[in-house]
Structures are given as C-alpha cells and as structure tokens.
Design a protein around this ligand. Sequence first.
Ligand code: ATP
Ligand code: LTN
Length: 336
Amino acid sequence: MSNKKRVFSGVQPSGAVTLGNYLGAFKGWADRQHEKVNFFCLVDLHSLTVPQEPAELRANTRTLAALLLACGLSPDKCTLFVQSHVVAHAEACWLLNCVTPLGWLQRMTQYKDKSAKQESVFTGLLDYPVLMAGDILLYDTDEVPVGDDQRQHVELARDIAQSFNSRYETEFFVVPQAVIPEVGARVMGLDDPTSKMSKSSAHIRGHAVKLLDDPKEILRSFKRAKTDSGNEIRFSDDPEKAGVNNLLGIYKVLTEKSNSEVESDFADARGYGDLKTRVAEVVIAALEPIQARYHEIMSDPGELDRILAVGAQQAAAVSMPKIEEMKRMMGLVLPK
Ligand code: ATP
Ligand code: LTN
C-alpha cells in the first residue's frame, strides 16, 4: 500500500460556489493533489440539513462537480465522488451516533449559528458533525484540508475517533488532523468584512464573488466592497481595517506574494478605489480559465457522470470494508 498521506475533504452542493471556497479550499486541494492520496466528496447529505429545493440541489451537485474539475482536480490523482452514492457514509453516521454524547453536538458553534437563523430546526442539523466524522474516519484519513470555519468539526471527528478506539480497545480509526491554510483560510464577505463569505449567503447582493460571475459582475462586487474611512493600504488586525485586510488577503493568495511584496505593489495606489480595481483584475484573471474549463466540462455530461461513477466505485472499495469491520466490532451480525 502507498505510504502517502491520505487526504479527505468535502464540500456541500448548496448555493453558488464562492471565491472563499476556492481560496480557502479548492485551490489548496488542487495545488497539493500530487503529494497525497486524495478523496474529495460532494456532501449532498450534509446539504439536506437545511431546506433544499430538490431540482436545485440536483443541478448544484453537477455544477459543483464540474467546478471542482475546472479548478484543477484531476480524476487521475483524486477520487471525486458524491456522498449519497456510497451508502457507507449514512451507515457510519448512525453507528457513530450511538457512541457520541449529545452534549458534544450541542456545543458546536456552527450548529448554534445556523439553528438561530432557522424557524424550525431538523435533527440532521445537530447531527451534521457526526456524518462529517464518518466521512473522514471511513477513509483512514490523515489530513483534512478545510477553511478555518471547519476546525471545530474536525476536532470533534478526532474526539469521536479516540473515544471509539478506547471503548473498543483498538486503533481502528486513524485520528485525523485539520490542515488549515495560512492565508485564505477565512475570506470575509465583501459587504461585511466581519462575517465569512459563504455560499448560503451568496444570493445577497454585494456579499460574495461567485466563481461563475462574469468579469463585469466581479468588478462591480469589488467596487462596492466595504472598507473604512481612511486611506492606508496595509495588512492590519485592527477591526476597523477588516475590509482592506480582506482585499489584500485575496490578492496575496492569488499572487502568492509575501505581505511586504503585496503592500509595495499598492504603494503607488490612488486610494481604495484603485485597490479594489486591481484586486478585481487579479481575481478576474484567475477565474477566466476556470470558467472556460467549466463550460467545456458541462458540455459533456456523459463524461461527468462517468467520472463520478468511477469515483463512487473507488470510494466504496475503501469504505465498505471499513464499515463492515466497524459493524463487526460493535456486535452486529454480518449477512452470510
Ligand atoms: P455554507 O454557506 O453552505 O455553509 P460554505 O460557503 O461555508 O457553505 P462549505 O461547503 O461549507 O461552504 O465549505 C467548503 C470548503 O470551503 C470548506 O473547506 C470551507 O472551510 C471552505 N470555505 C467556505 N467558506 C470559506 C471562506 N469564506 N474562506 C475560506 N474558506 C472557506
Ligand atoms: N462540513 C464541511 C463539509 C464536509 C467535510 C466533510 C469537510 C462534510 N464532510 C469531511 C471535510 C471532511 C463544510 O461545510 N465545509
């Protein structure tokens, strides 16, 4: 067996994919796919934890698969698959539910935030991190590359793995580690630089840059971005300067420059208007080839289906034996 590290990550096919998803997750997945054994999952079961329009969820799943390929994930280097195509995920969730204390889930900050925004909350929303722990643990995952917002969920997956291992006196589950990028881990909303840019808020005007926005729309979104009343273009922790900091962070990830190089690029800028235009130009240039490739992939739906079918087979080949062993350890009788 390969001694390369195993990587697993997931993304929900809900809403339009944003620049935050690209910079915080997809770009790093694609850049480092050569070094590891990779599983990338379109977590459609997770999307069901908040209300979805069925036709939209179906369309979003295909769009997301095509976008991940367009961002550079190669089916030769990664297993790309849809979560609901591999039944072991839902099964793992149930089995792990039975060893996860309720209090661990009630403490999750994402649950508290998301449930506060809903009129009625379904059980799936609370249980979401257990499904996620199952995703990760089924693949003997060493590394989970995610944005900063998922840190707590990966911690929970570690706790669940350790508690299972000690209950059954084994080292059955690999205890995974979150891998959070140093820059780009938290791209903030352009309309409100104190809150994370997010897919589920992408419909709010001025909040997000979507990966499929046309250049004019991208420029317009940056032009409207919230900044402060000053004129200093530099990195800063000052909450007042969160807007400028966010713009510089986006520029930094895409140009792969250091903080001082970035600041010196803007030394001659004529105010924030200039900053916004230049950041928009870098974003437009980065998204152009991704968009072109996306349209090519979407023009061959048969090929997209084939890639996802191969991915599901490869994922099942790893996760089905794992879930069988897990059932056996927990005392279930396996069918003959
Ligand atoms: P939702 O709004 O539906 O929760 P989301 O935009 O947060 O969606 P996810 O599907 O939850 O997107 O996340 C996919 C990946 O993108 C995760 O690794 C997540 O950490 C990362 N990510 C999401 N938003 C950002 C952001 N603003 N900055 C950096 N990374 C992000
Ligand atoms: N909760 C994650 C998506 C997700 C995931 C995973 C990420 C589901 N399963 C397993 C990493 C590993 C999110 O909303 N970004």
